[in-house]
Design a protein around this ligand. Structure first.
Ligand code: GZL
Length: 312
């Protein structure tokens, strides 16, 4: 009996997903790079063979990667979906091949029967925390806001906009006067901020920047400085992710606040896959809701030190 028990225990171990395909969006931001680093580390620690694909932020590359994983007969697929729509057919192909798919950090509009579960964060709440910080900080004073949106059609861009607007609703002194996508990158954050500055009296008419991620904010800070203005002072800067460089900017007084997002989505995802492989448990969505706000009062130098070696 003991031997049999041993065998079944061993079986359940081997039932763990041995080979997992990971369709990653790209490396558009420091946060994304950290997510990739942590996913590879987690796979290594768990003895999982990870097949990694970088889609350079193109959905068609993600779809091709998923098809390739299916053809290779992987045990499971991790997908960080660049945009929320257009996944039904390829998710159905994975389902027909009985390969479970777990979504990471972004959501899709597809029916939830087309994927095993999702690991992410409350993106609306993150936008609300950012908006609430600004409302409190300006304390009733007039504040014209420019917004750098994330990738068009991605769930963070949609939800972080919704959340911020919820927070500023009812505070007529705070209003978004310009809003455009910077595609979550530093380069485009800088470029779009240059156009905002140009269009708003060389920045004289801008009170604050809300960027859907820190990388666009870091790019925009460069543009604000090149326009001869003081970021964090002439133009307030609030963003989301909590990457090391935003803590460096906050410590230097060049940014004001960031809302932290954990890059460790793979841990809960691999746990969910193990539960499913072991006994068919269909794990509920794993959504982090405790996004913490950091400002100059929260030891930004220390936060930079704590994060600088985590693979951002
Ligand atoms: C949010 C995640 C976003 C990050 C960006 O969950 O999808 O994608 O906030 C990254 O840095 O590009």
């Amino acid at each position: 009996a003991l031997a049999a028990f041993g065998a079944s225990a061993a079986l359940s171990q081997t039932a763990l997903a041995q080979t997992v395909g990971f369709s990653q969006i790209g490396s558009e931001s420091g946060w994304r790079a950290a997510e990739t680093t942590l996913t590879k580390q987690q796979a290594e620690e768990r003895g999982i063979t990870l097949k990694f694909s970088d889609a350079q932020q193109k959905q068609e590359n993600q779809i091709a990667a998923i098809r390739s994983f299916i053809a290779q007969g992987v045990d499971a697929i991790l997908l960080a979906p660049v945009v929320a729509t257009g996944w039904d057919s390829v998710l159905k192909e994975a389902k027909d091949a009985e390969i479970p798919v777990v979504l990471l950090d972004r959501q899709v509009d597809s029916d939830k029967s087309l994927y095993l579960t999702a690991v992410g964060s409350d993106l609306v709440h993150e936008g609300e925390v950012a908006g609430q910080w600004l409302v409190d900080h300006v304390a009733g004073k007039e504040c014209r806001v420019v917004e750098l949106q994330g990738t068009t059609g991605s769930s963070p861009a949609i939800d972080r906009k919704t959340g911020f607007e919820k927070a500023i609703a009812g505070h007529d002194n705070v209003k978004i006067v310009r809003s455009q996508t910077g595609d979550f990158t530093r380069a485009q954050g800088k470029e779009v901020m240059e156009s905002f500055l140009q269009a708003e009296g060389r920045g004289q008419n801008i009170c604050a920047l809300y960027a859907h991620n820190d990388d666009m904010a870091v790019g925009a800070i460069q543009a604000i400085k090149e326009a001869g203005l003081k970021p964090g002072d002439d133009i307030l800067v609030v963003s989301i992710d909590g990457v090391p460089d935003i803590f460096k900017a906050i410590a230097a007084g060049e940014a004001n606040a960031t809302v932290e997002l954990t890059p460790n989505m793979a841990g809960p995802a691999f746990d969910a896959l193990k539960a499913y492989m072991d006994d068919g448990t269909v794990p509920p969505k794993f959504i982090q809701t405790d996004s913490k706000l950091y400002t100059k009062a929260d030891d930004p130098e220390g936060e930079y030190e704590r994060r600088k070696n985590l693979g951002y």
